[in-house]
Write a protein that binds this ligand. Structure first.
Ligand SMILES: C[S@@+](CC[C@H](N)C(=O)[O-])C[C@H]1O[C@@H](n2cnc3c(N)ncnc32)[C@H](O)[C@@H]1O
Ligand SMILES: Nc1nc2[nH]cc(C(=O)O)c2c(=O)[nH]1
Ligand code: SF4
Ligand SMILES: [Mg+2]
Length: 216
């Protein structure tokens, strides 16, 4: 397997139950719900993506022929910080198109806590320490267990109650960041999440804190 990464960078996890934690972010290229081209967005299976995951030309991106080569790239970004806290977030694009058992084994033996951000349409391999599933519209979930379910909200034709009995430790609603950055729309989405969480205490609010404070 050749692993294709759009970008690799060190930052603080901005979202969900691990927010605030330092991690190497490894963003795989490609997704099964959108080509990543703006001209395809309106007809895609996922229409509100805030991320460029096309190609391998981002900072730290590239193609890695072996799990060991990919781990070396992660280690280069972790650098000299305390190896006892090594942590990686595999995201994308859709990481479960490429994240396989050999890569998980190599990353684990290098000492990493492994987190994954996935749309849930593909089954996850075993060995992930923190699996975040973020359902997209009416696309059927094939992965219905993990550490957190993080639903971007509001979404057309999606009711959080559909997910509330699945096998996750935490349930989050995250305000949908409007693509046009419209402040009134952003405020409305944020208020919708607040209102839902106030009335449904199983659900917690996830704010994209990296966007608030201006880190990647
Ligand atoms: C870019 S996705 C990549 C991982 C995977 N494909 C997925 O969708 O979960 C990373 C996270 O950003 C969230 N996200 C994407 N676009 C967003 C937006 N406009 N507002 C808020 N969250 C968004 C996704 O739901 C997911 O939790
Ligand atoms: N800081 C930071 N936290 C994140 N959590 C999930 C992200 C993603 O794009 O998957 C993300 C991201 O892009 N940056
Ligand atoms: S599934 Fe994830 S990466 Fe793919 S288009 Fe949607 S938000 Fe973006
Ligand atoms: Mg992001």
């Amino acid at each position: 397997m050749v692993y294709s990464f759009k970008e690799i960078f060190l930052t603080l996890q901005g979202e969900g139950g691990q927010a605030g934690r330092v991690a190497v972010f490894a963003r795989f290229a490609g997704c099964n719900l959108w080509s990543g081209r703006e001209q395809d967005r309106a007809t895609a299976a996922c229409t509100f993506c805030d991320t460029d995951f096309v190609g391998t030309d981002g900072e730290g991106g590239g193609k890695f022929d072996t799990p060991e080569a990919a781990v070396a790239a992660l280690d280069a970004h972790w650098g000299q910080i305390d190896p006892a806290h090594k942590s990686v977030v595999f995201t994308g694009g859709e990481p479960l198109l490429q994240l396989d058992a050999p890569l998980i084994a190599a990353v684990k033996s290098a000492g990493y806590f492994i987190a994954v951000e996935s749309n849930g349409t593909l089954r996850a391999p075993i060995g992930i320490d923190w699996l975040c599933i973020s359902p997209k519209g009416e696309n059927r979930l094939h992965q219905t267990s993990g550490q957190e379910l993080k639903l971007v909200w509001p979404q057309d034709r999606v009711d959080p109650a559909e997910f509330a009995r699945m096998d996750f430790e935490r349930f989050y609603l995250q305000p949908k960041d409007p693509l046009d950055q419209n402040p009134a729309m952003r405020a409305a989405h944020t208020q919708a999440v607040i209102d839902y969480c106030l009335a449904h205490p199983q659900w917690r609010m996830s704010v994209q804190t990296h966007k608030v404070v201006g880190v990647r």
